[in-house]
Design a protein around this ligand. Structure first.
Ligand code: GAL
Length: 523
C-alpha cells in the first residue's frame, strides 16, 4: 500500500514536471543535437599545422574513442618524434617545407588514419587557435592553481581530443600596486626586478613550471600583457620592456601572447614620449599609424624568439586592425570591445563582422572575442545567460567566421549540453578549415540571415540564422550561395544528411537560433 502511494506520488511529480517543461518555451530547452563520438578511434581537429624552422614543436593528435589508443605516424619530418602512447609529437624540424604525414590511431574497436600537413615555414597558427582563456570566468581572481585545474579539466573532459589546445592566462598574473578592492596581498609586489625583468605575482610563483605542466599534457600555454605601462587591470605592462618581456615569455615556454592596448592610449597621445617615432606619434586612437606602432614593436620582439608565439592583438578593432594585423605578424586581432553573455552583446558583435571577414586568411584571423558558454562571470561565475539556441548560434557563427575559439568558462563545471556543443567535430571542422575564409552574408531580410563559407574540399558551409524572436523559415537559395545543381544537404549539428535538392533548402529556425549546413554536390 505504502509502495503504491510512493509510486503514485512519483508519477504525479514526473507528470507535473512534463507539463511544466512542455509549457515552457521550446527555445529554452537545452536540446542536445549531436550524437556521441564513436568508440572506434576518430582523428579530429586541424588538418594543417604551421611551425617555424628550428622552433620547439608540440602537437597532440586529437583522437576520440575508447582508451587505450596506440598512435603512429608515417613521413614525420626529420627532428620530430611521436610518443605512441600519449599521441604527442615533439622535437623540432630544421628544414623548411611541406610534409604530408599520415596519422594513425588504433584501439580495441578498430583503427583509423588521416593526413596532417605540417608546414615548416614562416606562418604559424595555420588554423584558428582553439583553447581556453581565464578572463571570462576568473578575471582578477586567476591563479596558477586555477590554471592547472583548467588544464586537468581540458584533459579529463576529453576536450583536447577535439582539438582544444591552448590554456591561456589573461590579466592578473603580474603585480598590481593599485589593487585595493580586496587588499589582496598576493598582487602586491614590484612590477620588475633591478634588471627590469617582469615579476609574476605571488599566485604565479613558478611561470616556467606552469608552462611545463601545461606542455606535459600536450597542451600549449598562453599569456597576456599590454604595450602600455599598465594592463587594463592596472597590472604591469610591457612598455619600454618589449624585447625583454618577449624573451622572458619565451624562456618560460609560453606559446601565445594576447597584447591588450589599455594604458598605451596615454603614451600614444603624449607628444613628449620620445620612444614613439615622430611619424608614428599621433594624437588620436583612430589614426592608423599611432595605433599600429606598439604592435610593430612587439611583433618584431616575438618573431626574434626561438619559439613560436602566437601573437593575438587586442585593441578592440581600432584603425581597422584587420587591414594591417597580418603585417605586424599578428595571428589574430580583436575586432570589437568586450563580449558579455547576453544576446544583445553576442548578436551585435557576431553579426557585425562583414567588413573584416574578407581579411581572414591562414595564420591571420578576425577575433570577435572569447566564447561565453558554460559557467562564466568575470570572477563571479554563473551559468551563461544565453539560451541554448543562442549558444548554437554562437558556435556556428564563430566557426563560419574562422574565429579563434577560446572557451571562457569554468572547465570544471561543464554540463552535458555545453560539452556536447563544443565537441561536435563536424562543426569544429568548419572553424578549422584550412582555407580560413570568413563567411560572407549573402542575404539578410527581416532579421533572417544566410551566411556562406567556402571550404578547402570545394564544398560550402551555410548558416541559416534567425535573429528574430519568433520561429521563422530561412531559405538558402543556390543562386545566393553561388552554386548550381543537385546538392546533398547535411545538418552539421545533427550530423545527418537531411535532403538532396537542386535549387534551395528551407529550414524552420528557432528564435535566435541557427541551422548549420554543409552542401556537397550530389552524384
Ligand atoms: C580587456 C580585454 C579583456 C581582458 C581584460 C583584462 O581590455 O578586452 O578581454 O583581457 O582587458 O584586463
Amino acid at each position: 500500500m505504502k509502495q503504491t502511494l510512493v509510486i503514485a506520488i512519483l508519477t504525479l511529480l514526473v507528470f507535473t514536471n512534463n507539463i511544466f517543461s512542455q509549457s515552457s518555451s521550446d527555445s529554452l530547452k537545452a536540446v542536445i543535437l549531436t550524437p556521441p563520438s564513436p568508440d572506434k578511434p576518430r582523428i579530429n581537429g586541424a588538418r594543417v599545422f604551421g611551425v617555424r624552422p628550428g622552433s620547439p614543436f608540440l602537437f597532440y593528435i586529437p583522437v576520440t574513442g575508447i582508451r587505450p589508443i596506440k598512435f603512429s605516424a608515417t613521413n614525420l619530418p626529420k627532428g620530430l618524434k611521436l610518443d605512441a602512447k600519449t599521441g604527442i609529437i615533439t622535437g623540432s624540424a630544421a628544414e623548411k617545407g611541406t610534409y604530408v604525414i599520415t596519422l594513425k590511431a588504433k584501439n580495441s574497436k578498430g583503427s583509423t588514419e588521416r593526413n596532417l600537413k605540417i608546414v615548416v615555414g614562416r606562418t604559424i597558427a595555420l588554423t584558428p587557435p582553439m583553447g581556453w582563456n581565464s578572463w571570462n570566468v576568473f578575471a582578477s581572481e586567476v591563479s596558477a592553481d586555477k590554471v592547472k585545474r583548467a588544464t586537468n579539466a581540458m584533459v579529463n573532459s576529453g576536450l583536447m581530443n577535439h582539438g582544444w589546445s591552448y590554456i591561456n592566462v589573461d590579466d592578473y598574473w603580474e603585480n598590481n600596486h593599485s589593487y585595493r578592492r580586496t587588499n589582496d596581498t598576493t598582487l602586491q609586489g614590484d612590477y620588475r626586478d633591478a634588471q627590469g625583468n617582469v615579476q609574476p605575482n605571488a599566485r604565479f610563483k613558478d611561470m616556467k613550471g606552469l608552462a611545463d605542466y601545461i606542455h606535459s599534457k600536450g597542451l600549449k600555454a598562453g599569456l597576456y600583457s599590454s604595450p602600455g605601462p599598465l594592463t587594463c587591470g592596472q597590472c604591469a605592462g610591457s612598455w619600454q620592456h618589449e624585447m625583454q618581456d618577449a624573451q622572458t615569455y619565451s624562456d618560460w615556454g609560453f606559446d601565445y601572447l594576447k597584447y591588450d592596448w589599455c594604458t598605451y592610449d596615454k603614451i600614444a597621445r603624449d607628444s613628449t614620449q620620445n620612444d614613439v617615432p615622430h611619424y608614428y606619434r599621433k594624437p588620436k586612437m583612430s589614426d592608423s599609424s599611432g595605433a599600429i606602432y606598439p604592435y610593430v614593436v612587439m611583433g618584431k620582439a616575438l618573431a626574434a624568439q626561438k619559439r613560436d608565439i602566437v601573437f593575438s592583438l587586442c585593441q578592440y578593432g581600432m584603425a581597422d586592425v584587420w587591414k594591417w594585423g597580418a603585417s605586424v605578424n599578428g595571428n589574430c586581432w580583436r575586432t570589437t570591445g568586450d563580449i558579455v553573455d547576453t544576446w544583445k552583446s553576442l548578436s551585435s558583435i557576431g553579426f557585425s563582422q562583414d567588413r573584416c571577414a574578407p581579411y581572414s586568411a591562414p595564420g591571420h584571423y578576425n577575433d570577435p572575442d572569447m566564447l561565453i558558454l558554460g559557467y562564466v562571470g568575470w570572477g563571479n561565475p554563473h551559468p551563461t545567460r544565453l539560451t541554448p539556441d543562442e549558444q548554437y548560434t554562437h558556435i556556428s557563427l564563430w566557426s563560419l567566421l574562422s574565429a579563434p575559439l577560446l572557451l571562457g568558462c569554468d572547465l570544471e563545471r561543464l554540463d552535458a549540453f555545453t560539452l556536447n556543443l563544443i565537441t561536435n567535430d563536424e562543426v569544429i571542422d568548419i572553424d578549422q578549415d584550412p582555407l580560413a575564409k570568413g563567411a560572407k552574408r549573402v542575404s539578410s531580410k527581416d532579421s533572417l540571415d544566410v551566411f556562406v563559407k567556402p571550404l578547402e574540399d570545394g564544398n560550402i558551409a551555410v548558416g541559416l540564422f534567425n535573429r528574430s524572436t519568433k520561429k521563422a523559415t530561412v531559405t538558402g537559395n543556390w543562386q545566393d550561395l553561388g552554386i548550381t545543381g543537385k546538392q546533398t544537404v547535411r545538418d552539421l549539428w545533427r550530423q545527418k544528411d537531411v535532403a538532396v535538392t537542386s535549387d534551395k533548402y528551407e529550414a524552420e529556425v528557432a528564435p535566435h537560433g541557427v541551422v548549420l549546413l554543409k552542401l556537397t554536390p550530389a552524384k
